[in-house]
Design a protein around this ligand. Structure first.
Ligand SMILES: *Cc1c(COP(=O)(O)O)cnc(C)c1O
Length: 406
């Protein structure tokens, strides 16, 4: 290992909070679906920084948009409009089929905004005690106090006095359970159209429509967390576009600006009025630099056959993962996903982190989801050959895992 890498690793270990389990790898640059570390080693990126780098690394149009905007105007706060932000808002609403948008800097902030708006909506209707927020078991909505409370995984609550009051959880995909929980004290229901961190679990058919009907019946708002599934990831701009079930609020982030930090919550006109001047805000959200990056991503999704490519590559990936399940039934039990968000569930006795580490040793980067799923969320521009390279590496790793069985 070079002296430079050694020094970086020593400083990382001395000065960064140890909230992640990072291996001894320092990534330095990328191009397309490849990244290189400081040792000059190349990796195939099939996780895209957790479903973020939608256009891959160093995409010329994205680089050009960011560089040009940086030389012009980076930030003004929201005292004034800025051109890239206004254009990004219009385009995002058109692509997302929503009316208005509030830009944030992350997914968790988009969720916080949606939580605040949900309560404020009922407050504005003279119903200030209608505070209930219902989410699902095994969901993931972020790490700030509100969002972590919605996150239906008790391991994320420990020591934080979470969940906050009036938040509750029911099993995902279970309409009866939701029907029993939701009532006239429910402000909003929060659901991911595909549970991402929970293990790449698509909603069962009819679930989203059932939630819509239920929310309409009791007057609760329906919020889709599309932070992972949005911005073309599943082959439509938002995953809810597959079903045509219109939410009142939809949260986005991850791929929205190709890796520049940005999030957003989009709303229908009807609920938008509840957040009047002074009720919500952000210093950085919607700044010109992030907005210019977002516009480059929206242009790529709008003006190229990229969405059709996501559908085709997603089918290829899922077929490949399914074939691996058929081939290695002792270690792989299921493959599932939508578009380019796919997962392969490993048997209980197989450690997912070991499989992820073995893939990295072969030069392929993936992420885990839940306790037993290897997740593939590559850049949307990924090629068939690149997917095949990843699938072949996984085949080798699973073959070894099977041999290691007692
Ligand atoms: C990643 C994610 C979040 C949190 O986003 P951050 O930008 O990490 O705050 C929330 N919900 C879902 C579904 C996510 O995948």
């Amino acid at each position: 290992m070079s002296d430079q890498t050694e020094r970086l690793l020593a400083d990382a270990r001395a000065h960064l909070l140890e909230t992640y389990r990072q291996p001894a790898v320092v990534l330095e640059r990328g191009e397309g679906c490849r990244v290189w570390d400081t040792e000059g080693r190349a990796y195939l990126d099939l996780y895209a920084g957790i479903a973020v780098s939608a256009l891959g690394h160093a995409h010329p149009a994205l680089v050009q948009a960011i560089a040009a905007q940086a030389g012009k105007l980076i930030h003004t706060a929201n005292y004034f409009y800025n051109e890239p932000n206004v254009r990004a808002a219009a385009k995002l609403c058109a692509l997302g089929k929503m009316d208005r948008v509030f830009f944030t800097n992350s997914g968790t902030e988009a969720i916080e905004g949606a939580m605040k708006l949900s309560r404020r909506f009922h407050f504005a209707q003279q119903n200030p005690t209608r505070l209930g927020l219902v989410a699902t078991h095994n969901s993931f909505h972020g790490r700030t106090m509100g969002a972590v409370s919605l996150t239906g995984q008790p391991k994320y609550w420990e020591g934080f006095d979470a969940p906050i009051a009036h938040v509750s959880h029911v099993p995902y995909g279970d309409l009866d359970a939701m029907n029993r929980r939701v009532n006239d004290q429910t402000a909003a229901v929060f659901v991911e159209p595909v549970q991402g961190e929970g293990g790449v679990l698509p909603a069962p058919p009819g679930y989203l429509q059932g939630l819509r009907d239920l929310c309409d019946r009791v007057g609760a708002l329906l919020v889709f967390d599309e932070i992972q599934t949005g911005i073309g990831r599943t082959g439509k701009f938002f995953a809810w576009h597959h079903e045509g079930v219109q939410p009142d609020i939809v949260c986005a982030a991850k791929g929205i600006a190709g890796g520049v930090p940005m999030g957003a919550f989009l709303v229908t006109e009807r609920v938008s009025k509840a957040l009047s001047p002074g009720t919500h805000g952000t210093t950085f959200g919607g700044n010109a630099l992030a907005s210019a990056a977002a516009l480059a991503v929206f242009d790529a999704l709008e003006n190229s056959p990229l969405m059709a490519h996501v559908v085709a590559m997603g089918e290829h990936l899922l077929a490949g993962l399914s074939a691996l399940v058929a081939k290695h039934p002792e270690v792989a039990v299921a493959a599932r996903g939508r578009g380019l968000l796919c997962g392969i569930e490993l048997a209980k006795h197989v450690d997912v982190r070991t499989v992820m580490d073995a893939l990295r040793a072969k030069g392929v980067l993936v992420s885990t989801a839940g306790t037993s799923v290897i997740r593939f969320a590559p850049p949307l521009v990924v090629s068939r050959d690149e997917l095949d390279e990843g699938l072949s590496a996984l085949n080798d790793v699973l073959a070894v895992s099977m041999k290691a069985l007692p």
